[in-house]
Design a binder for this molecule. Structure first.
Ligand code: GRG
Length: 308
């Protein structure tokens, strides 16, 4: 029996939650005496019990294209989710977006305090590489190194962290407060770094786990890039339309902060047209996988039409 997309999302989310809980259990700490319990609790608050777990789903389903069972992909999937959760914990801090709610619950610095939230983010970031470097992630050390490098690059200065800095710069944070008027291409590049890179590396990780050929890896990367761009436009549409209100997201916050988005630059109708095109591009990139690509193609539609 073939599973629905929702069943597959649920299955990968459950597997990720279980792996994350194991990695964040007190028992995972070395040593017996001094245990940073407040830090561990804050990390659990930031990482467990919420979120769509979209990135782990992408790792698991792209690895499945090559016959890799979910149990063998879940550690790498969990590592990428750790990076994502760390980015949310830090993004919510007073020095960044200063948010009180995340995933319908108090943000980590609200539930604990700012210093603990900074360290919880740092702990999740380093845990990601601990997970990826272990034999659980893949038996072949060369594959593990490739995974570590791909994730470091996606999360680092040429990816998420760099994109976040460019975003803060575009908001006018370092130039007296007036937002910069970025051209469409600049917004697309910024977003490809800030949010696209982590989504793209999720499918790249699946390709690495599965021993993909260079062509298959390129096809998955093209899919991941189109999906990443679609994800961000959908997020920006949600921000202006207000449909994310019920999940505790502050609607219109990004627009009010003068964030550089394609919705504000192109207008809603053109942004929607671009979103449709990106979903079509994502599906087209999966052509080399034939019918096996159907799950990821459906996931692109889900990302574009999501309501939270
Ligand atoms: C602070 C280093 C650092 C980076 C922050 C990703 C990011 C960069 C900030 C997040 C801000 C934000 C809300 C961006 C919009 C896109 C996005 C990443 C939304 C949240 O991702 P989802 O929808 O979240 O996958 P869940 O909760 O489902 O995991």
């Amino acid at each position: 029996m073939t599973l629905s997309l929702k069943d597959r999302l649920d299955a990968s989310a459950t597997a990720t939650e279980t792996r994350l809980a194991l990695a964040l259990a007190d028992a995972a700490l070395p040593g017996e005496r001094l245990r940073p319990e407040r830090l561990m609790a804050a990390m659990r608050h930031g990482a467990l019990g919420g979120g769509k777990r979209l990135r782990p789903f992408l790792v698991i389903e792209s690895a499945a294209l090559f016959g890799i069972p979910a149990e063998q992909a879940v550690t790498a999937a969990t590592a990428i989710e750790c990076i994502h959760c760390y980015s949310l914990v830090h993004d919510d801090l007073p020095a960044m977006d200063d948010d009180d709610l995340r995933r319908g619950r108090p943000t980590v610095h609200r539930a604990y305090d700012e210093a603990t939230a900074i360290l919880a983010g740092d702990g999740l970031l380093t845990l990601a590489f601990d997970l990826l470097a272990g034999e659980d992630a893949h038996p072949d050390a060369a594959v593990r190194i490739a995974l570590v490098r791909a994730l470091a690059r996606a999360a680092g200065i040429g990816g998420m962290v760099g994109g976040q800095m460019l975003d803060l710069t575009a908001e006018g944070r370092f130039s007296g407060g007036a937002p910069l008027a970025l051209a469409e291409d600049a917004i697309r590049d910024l977003q490809a770094m800030k949010t696209g890179a982590l989504l793209a590396v999720s499918v790249e990780a699946g390709a690495l786990l599965g021993g993909a050929t260079a062509d298959e890896r390129a096809a998955l990367l093209a899919y991941g890039r189109a999906l990443g761009a679609a994800f961000q436009i959908a997020d920006d549409i949600l921000d202006v339309e207000g449909t994310a209100e019920e999940v505790g997201k502050k609607v219109g916050k990004d627009a009010a902060a003068g964030k550089a988005t394609l919705v504000s630059r192109l207008g809603l109708p053109a942004a929607r047209t671009l979103l449709d095109r990106l979903v079509a591009d994502a599906s087209a990139a999966l052509a080399p996988f034939g019918a096996r690509g159907a799950v990821l193609a459906e996931a692109a539609l889900f990302v574009a039409n999501r309501r939270n």
